[in-house]
Design a protein around this ligand. Sequence first.
Ligand SMILES: Cc1cc2nc3c(=O)[nH]c(=O)nc-3n(C[C@H](O)[C@H](O)[C@H](O)COP(=O)(O)OP(=O)(O)OC[C@H]3O[C@@H](n4cnc5c(N)ncnc54)[C@H](O)[C@@H]3O)c2cc1C
Length: 462
Amino acid sequence: MTAYDYDLLVIGGGSGGVRAARVSATLGKRVAIAEESRFGGTCVIRGCVPKKLYVYAGEFAEHFHDAAGFGWTVGETSFDWPSLVAAKDKEITRLEGLYRKGLENAGVALFSSRAELVDAHTVRLLADNRTVTADTILIATGGRSNPHSALPGHELCISSTEAFDLPELPRAIVIEGGGYIAVEFAGVFNALGVKTTLVYRGREVLSRFDGDMRSGLHKALEARGIRILTETVLEGVRRGADGRLHAITSGGEALDADQVMLAVGRVPNTDGLGLDRAGVATDALGAITVDAFSRTSQPNIYAIGDVTNRIQLTPVAIHEAMCFVDTVWRGKPTAPDHEMIATAVFSRPEIGTVGLTEEAAARAYRDIEVYRAEFRPMKATLSGSAERMIMKLIVDAGTRKVIGAHILGPDAGEMAQLLAIPLKMGATKDDFDRTMAVHPTAAEELVTMYQPSYRVRNGQRV
Ligand SMILES: Cc1cc2nc3c(=O)[nH]c(=O)nc-3n(C[C@H](O)[C@H](O)[C@H](O)COP(=O)(O)OP(=O)(O)OC[C@H]3O[C@@H](n4cnc5c(N)ncnc54)[C@H](O)[C@@H]3O)c2cc1C
C-alpha cells in the first residue's frame, strides 16, 4: 500500500467527494482531493444553496403584498439584483472556506486542479502537469447542465449556473424544461418581477411527481403569472437586430426575451476523465456504472454522487460517501439505501414529497387508499391569497402502511423531512391516526384525515 502516494485520491470536491475525503482522513488514511473549480461543488457554489437564497429573495415580494391584510402599510419597495448576487457570493465564499478548512483540519491534501486518470492507480493533475498515485480512487465529479447542443442557437442560452450571476436582472426570460430546476428558477424570476415563460415538452411540469402535486403546482404557477407552454419545445434561438433573443417554439411562436435558460436535464462529468485508460465502464449516457457498493468495473476505483446518475441529490451523494467509507475502510460493506428519499421542490408554492406517488402505488399495489385534503392555508384568509394547499397520504390497504406522502404549500419541504422518519420506519395509517395534532398548523391535516378520500383497486379508482 505504501508504494502509492496516497491511500485514497478523490476526484471532485463536491458534496460526495468532500465528505468521503474528510471522513477517510479522520480514520488515519492518507487522502488527497482534486477540485478543478471551487470546493463545495454544485450544491454549494451553483445549486441548492444559492438557489434557496434566491427563493428567499423572491418570497419578500409576496410578504410585502400579504402584509396589508394584517394591517401593515408597507412603503415603497425596490429590489436590487446586483446586491443579491453580491450577498450570495459572500455566503458561498464563506461556505467554500468552511469546506476547505474541514478538509485541511482532517489532514487531506488539497489540489486545486483538474484531475484525469492515467491508469487505475495514477491521476494527472493538469494545473501543474504532474501525476500522483493512490491505492484507491474515488470519482465524485458530479454533473453539469445538458447544453442541448442540438438546439440551433443553444450557445446564446444560459444554464442555471449562469442564471445565478447574470450582470442584470432580465426583463423577460424563457426557460425550457419542466423539472425541478426549471420550475424553481421560473418561480424566482417571476417573483422578482421578470416576465417568465416556461416551455415544456410534457403536459404538466415535474413528470415524476404525484399527479396532484403536478396539477396543483401547474395551476399555481400560472395563477402567479408564469406563462407555461406545454407539449412545446424550443426549435431555435437567435439574436435579433435589437439585441434581444427570440426563442422559436415548436408551435411557431417567437418568444422575445433577454435571456433563454435551458434546464433540460443534467449530464455526468465524465468527458475526458480517462475512464477508458483506467478500465472504468460507463453507460449509454456517460454515467459511471457501479455495483451496489459504488464500486466501478475497475475494482480499486469507486464512484459516488451525480456522476453515477442514480439519484441526483446532495444528501444522496453524502450518504453514498459514508457507505463508501464503511465499505472500504471500516470493513462493513454497506450498500447505499435509495428507498424512501424525501425531497423538496422549492417552487412557489413549495412541494415536499416522500415515498410512492399515487400513480406508482396504484401500479405496485393491488389496493391503495388515498387520503387527500385541499384547503386554503390560514394565512391566506387575511392576506387574501387564493392559493390552495394540498396534502395527500397514500396507504397500502393490505398492510395499512403509509407508502407515500405529498404536500403542496408553504413549508412542504420541512414537513417532508419529518414525514420521512415515520414512513422509513414503516408507520401505518393507524399510527398517524393516534398521533395528536398540533393546532393550529397546516400539518395537523396529516394526522386528521380519518376517512380515505378514495381507493384505487387493481388500478381503478373506486
Ligand atoms: C440549480 C441546482 C439546484 C439544486 N438543488 C438541489 C436541492 O435543493 N437539493 C438537493 O439535494 N440537490 C440539489 N441539487 C443537486 C445537487 O447539487 C447535486 O446532487 C450534488 O451536488 C451532487 O454532488 P456530487 O458530489 O455528486 O457532485 P458535485 O457537487 O457536482 O461536485 C462535483 C465536483 O467535481 C468537480 N470536478 C468535475 N470534474 C473534475 C475533474 N476532472 N477534476 C477535478 N474536479 C472535477 C466539479 O467542479 C465539482 O465541484 C441541485 C443542483 C442544481 C444544478
